[in-house]
Design a protein around this ligand. Sequence first.
Ligand code: AQP
Length: 345
Amino acid sequence: MAFTPRVFSGMQPTGNLHLGNYLGALVRWVEMQETHDCIYCIVDLHAITASWQDPNELRQSIRDVTAAYIAAGLDPKKSILFNQSKVSAHAELAWIFNCTARLGWLNRMTQFKEKAGKDKENASVGLYDYPVLMAADILAYRATHVPVGDDQKQHLELTRDIAQKFNNDYRTQIAEAGYADGQFFPLCDPVIMGPATRVMSLRDGSKKMSKSDVSDLSRINMTDDADTIGRKIQKAKTDAEGLPSEEAGLAGRPEADNLVGIYAALENTTKIAVLNQYGGSQFSTFKKALAELAVSRLSPVNAEMRRLSADPAEIDRILADGARRANEIAQPILLETKRLIGLDG
Ligand code: AQP
């Protein structure tokens, strides 16, 4: 069966979104809403997996992330915007997939290893199960395309493994139900594109830019004002050499590579085009240009986020409408899944 193309992706409301979330995911989401049916989620059930969240801050963060989505260009009339906990199919399907996924598969997930760190015994079961819930998020809509940053690649491979195993475990029932090619769940395609699929920390080119990094200087938050953006870029770690004229000259220079990639993504161009313009320049010159570009791209988004945040009732209305539309798609898929399994008696 050819699946109707459908896009699904999400972000956790665990703090301020940053330039990595923006360039690695949001920019692509906005592009895709022009060509696809898109569902964009605020994954609040995922948000409570890594650490305890203050309930008032979590409530606020869900609204802030929604405001960031819309300010970045997502249109709640074109795309479905909602928070995960409002559509119970995500949690129900996750339980079913817990019985499909194998322990060995989850044991290989590098994100769990990184986030749990040395104190694995003390990590929540939810953190371990995070990728199974993510598979449920995607497959509750039988989504075919998932635009994400590079760090989510392994989780998407797991989603494909779960879909494939489910299709195989229930192949007789799926065939009897008339899904001729034996596929009830699609094997989704990751959409990981552009020069900034993994934006690195401004303080350490070997670490991903992340909300949970203790150093605020490591990231540019979408809420940062122009002065803060300028200061963080000026302080960004670099090396002693100037900018190379060819992309090969960025090899082994992670901080330089990162700044060039950020510039290219913000300008919607390629790294080589940036090097054609700035090759041979000192970092002081390049950082000044980068700061100006970042401010010109992020300031309007920042202003719109503040405007939207002043009207929480409107954000709640958008989320409620999105949840209603999301439920309309997910509920029949969940019921059909249960029927295939024999949970419809
Ligand atoms: N540094 C990054 N570069 C490119 N893309 C990134 N993404 C995150 N960081 C980068 C992409 O943003 C989307 C949403 O991510 P998330 O909020 O669900 O969780 P995350 O990946 O765990 O983000 P953080 O900032 O790293 O949060 P913490 O610190 O809480 O773990 C995803 O598509 C992701 O690929």
